[in-house]
Design a protein. Structure first.
Length: 174
């Protein structure tokens, strides 16, 4: 329709990879993925982001989407690892945080070991699911991560129920 009006739209795709709540900092400090359907559109997007991002990384549109999906799935799996260990150890009566702190203390390879918790915003789950569908549902690691992360809330409620007794007629918010 725009072309019928004499307009020549430029289409670029520049997926954001910022963490929820850190947008104003990360938009200016992280490299920006930039893709476009034409050279003219790429140049326009590059010009815009050259004033914002410290570096531009050029990809084809499908590559840019896959890069975003892989980035978010990788992050989601990092949460799943921490959550799985938390569920395992707490279920067996161990103090997860005592062990977690011991693992990380002065051990450089464990410095990036995340703490367990409800796994960030909806993009990580959604993108992991999309990557799984892209790969014809053969992304078993991603599917396992989804089960772990999405099951954490149930585990926490069960843990609370063991401590408090019945939660019948109570509202639980996580």
């Amino acid at each position: 329709m725009l072309e019928e009006l004499g307009e020549k739209p430029l289409l670029s795709f520049c997926p954001e990879r910022i963490a929820q709540g850190r947008g104003m900092k990360e938009i200016f400090t992280l490299p920006q993925l930039v893709s476009a359907t034409t050279e003219e559109a790429y140049k326009a997007a590059e010009e815009l982001f050259s004033h914002i991002a410290p570096e531009i990384i050029r990809l084809e549109p499908k590559e840019a989407e896959i890069a975003k999906l892989v980035t978010n799935s990788w992050r989601y799996l990092e949460f799943a690892i921490a959550n799985q260990f938390y569920i395992m150890l707490e279920s067996e009566g161990f103090d997860f945080y005592k062990i977690y702190n011991a693992i990380r203390q002065d051990y450089p390879r464990a410095k990036k070991f995340l703490k367990p918790g409800l796994a960030a915003g909806p993009c990580l789950f959604k993108d992991t699911m999309q990557l799984s569908v892209f790969y014809k549902n053969n992304f078993f690691l991603g599917q396992s991560g989804m089960q772990v992360n999405e099951g954490l809330a149930d585990f926490l409620v069960e843990k609370l129920e063991r401590k408090m007794g019945s939660l019948k007629n109570k509202t639980i918010a996580l």
